[in-house]
Write a protein that binds this ligand. Structure first.
Ligand code: AGP
Length: 609
């Protein structure tokens, strides 16, 4: 996620902005910049990489002035570069933006016909020229912001500075956080409270569709209709560390709760309801190659490998395409029978995992097309792949992967739809139907998140156990693996994920009253078989925690604890089950007093073998 900051007052704006951007570093970024009202000009300084590069630049080319805006960029559209860094300029206005403008290409074409020339690859620059075009028509900055945001589809938190109204910063939000505040030395805005806490603890959180106007001595808030909104400031008692987690006790819990937004962001702008199609502009793999692809290979590590296993069931059942899934460290050292016409998908949150990178290079060497499903723009894997589908999760700070897994699954839902429509396996109605199903997911995940108190209660019941068995069938077998991995990597409890049908082939020897069995039991075509497995578990007095379809009362006959999961198409259940298992593992680890965000022995990105 990008971070924005702004100041209008009587103090040196450069130091306030730089210090504020430092407080936003935790959000993750790959470039940064500031714009300062410097005498008679709006001066911009931008740099790639760490904030110290920007500080060195500003030291070499100092900026005086008491009004400015700043930005830390987490690249989504356009690689990390000085050109793509914010602030972006159009004429005598500059702006910074957090969010994703989904219809930026349409707006860009419209602005190019009006004569605007673009210097960057970003969606944000579109908004700068859009504002300029409205101001050319005689509108004030405030009115231009109202007009421009009315044209936008997607999410934004923006701050705008213009020479025509030099001391005024106009800011607006929809879908991305924005907070403003003031003290005796000026007024402040930021993506979250963290940078404001050193200046004031009384802040106003803007709501979606609201506009803030900051002058050196005042802040005001209006709706899009121009009507003033009188908002009583909120007193913030958090310290900076709590503020970085937006009040959550750990990044992991914050990232678990971000998943509805991740689904919306990863889907955003990548579908067309009229045609029932997915739109993947960075795919860079032609329809002809997608049609020709005989076999799909999916290679990854850890949680990303579990996402790949979900993909196997998805592509085989949704579009009838054979899929081979491999652990990257195995793929790279065996003789994989990969052929030129095969489609090779590498999945990685970081895009830097050594084994996954090596596997992708091996696939390329053997002539296969390589598609990366990756979260970090400009990462090694993203740069080396032939095509990319970026998961738009923002930085995943906690070592245990949660929202990135969800983003990876969503990316594959889009790819499966795209291939199904390109191959004419899915017609327009079926395409629209699948899109409807995808659009329901954020709300369904919210519903699962609301079960957190029940999940916490069960975590209390089982947090002292020494061994767990996780069981699943079909597309939820990988989710049993993922649930077990989440538990073991943050709580250090031994947990095994298993195909439920395999239990009789060995693991049942372990089952006793001391081994809780967590089972994924949606009311699908495999339900009865799963119930039979549970009867065998129950006969050995093992406690059963069942994740079951809402309204399933039969499951209570066999399970001690039941987490009801909202009904969705069987192929879409993985995401809902995973969220419940993430919360279960998280709360058990917290109850055991462990460092949830930085588990022992683990690294966020395994860049060595
Ligand atoms: C997942 O919780 C772990 N942190 C780990 O298994 C991770 O998924 C694996 O190392 C792959 O990382 P990547 O997605 O960045 O390639």
């Amino acid at each position: 996620m990008c971070g924005i900051i702004g100041y209008s007052g009587v103090q040196n704006a450069t130091s306030i902005l730089i210090e504020g951007l430092k407080r936003l570093e935790y959000r993750g970024y790959d470039s940064a910049g500031i714009a300062i009202l410097h005498g008679e000009e709006l001066a911009v300084r931008r740099s790639v990489g760490k904030l110290e590069n920007l500080e060195n630049l500003v030291r070499k080319e100092p900026l005086g002035g008491t009004v400015g805006i700043g930005h830390t960029r987490w690249a989504t559209h356009g690689r990390p570069s000085e050109q793509n860094a914010h602030p972006h300029r159009s004429g005598d206005l500059v702006l910074v933006h957090n969010g994703i403008i989904e219809n930026y290409l349409l707006l860009k074409h419209r602005l190019e016909t009006e004569g605007y020339r673009f210097d960057s690859e970003t969606d944000t620059e579109v908004m700068a020229h859009l504002l300029a075009s409205y101001m050319k028509g005689g509108q004030s900055v405030y009115d231009a912001v109202r007009s421009a945001v009315g044209d936008l589809q997607g999410s934004y938190a923006v701050a705008v500075l213009c020479m025509s109204e030099p001391k005024v910063i106009v800011t607006a939000r929809s879908g991305c956080p924005l907070v403003i505040g003031k003290n005796g030395e000026g007024t402040y805005l930021a993506s979250d409270v963290t940078p404001l806490l050193v200046h004031t603890r009384e802040v106003v959180f803007l709501e979606d569709g609201e506009i803030g106007v900051l002058t050196p001595s005042s802040i005001s808030v209006t709706g899009m209709d121009g009507r003033t909104i009188n908002r009583v400031p909120v007193q913030i008692d958090w310290d900076a560390d709590a503020a970085e987690k937006e009040g959550y006790p750990h990044y992991m819990l914050k990232e678990i709760h971000e998943q509805p937004q991740v689904i919306m962001d990863t889907l955003g702008g990548r579908y067309d309801f009229d045609t029932g199609e997915a739109d993947l502009p960075d795919l860079a793999i032609s329809p002809e190659d997608l049609i020709r692809a005989r076999r799909i290979w999916i290679v990854a590590c850890g949680t990303s490998w579990h996402a790949g296993l979900v993909g196997k069931y998805l592509f085989e059942e949704m579009i009838g395409n054979p899929v081979q899934v491999d652990i990257a460290s195995e793929f790279r050292y065996r003789e994989p029978m990969i052929q030129e016409d095969d489609l090779f998908i590498a999945i990685s949150q970081s895009g830097e995992t050594a084994d996954t990178l090596a596997a992708a290079r091996e696939a390329k060497r053997r002539g296969a097309g390589v598609l990366a499903i990756v979260n970090v723009v400009g990462s090694s894997l993203a740069r080396e792949a032939d095509g990319v589908i970026y998961t738009r999760c923002g930085p995943e700070i906690s070592v245990a992967s949660t929202k990135a897994f969800t983003g990876q699954i969503i990316a594959m839902y889009l790819l499966a739809l795209h291939m199904g429509r390109v191959r004419k396996i899915l017609n327009i109605e079926e395409g629209r139907w699948w899109l409807d199903q995808y659009m329901m997911l954020p709300g369904r995940v919210e519903h699962v998140l609301k079960q957190e108190p029940n999940i916490l209660a069960s975590a209390k019941q089982y947090c002292t156990k020494k061994n767990f068995l996780y069981l699943g069938r079909g597309i939820n077998y990988p989710i049993a693996l993922e649930g077990a991995l989440k538990l073991k990597e943050i709580s250090y409890i031994h947990a095994e994920g298993y195909a439920a049908g395999e239990m009789k082939h060995g693991p049942i020897a372990l089952v006793d009253e001391e081994m809780p069995v967590v089972v994924l039991a949606p009311r699908d075509r495999l339900y009865d078989k799963t119930i039979n497995n549970l009867m065998e578990v129950r006969a050995r007095n093992a406690p059963i925690v069942a994740l079951a379809s809402e309204g399933d009362h039969d499951i209570h006959r066999v399970a001690e604890v039941v987490f009801p999961i909202p009904d969705v198409h069987p192929l879409l259940t993985p995401i809902l089950f995973t969220v419940a298992l993430q919360l279960f593992a998280y709360h058990i680890a917290v109850l055991r007093g462990l460092d949830v965000d930085r588990p022992r022995n683990l690294a966020k990105s395994v860049t060595v073998e």
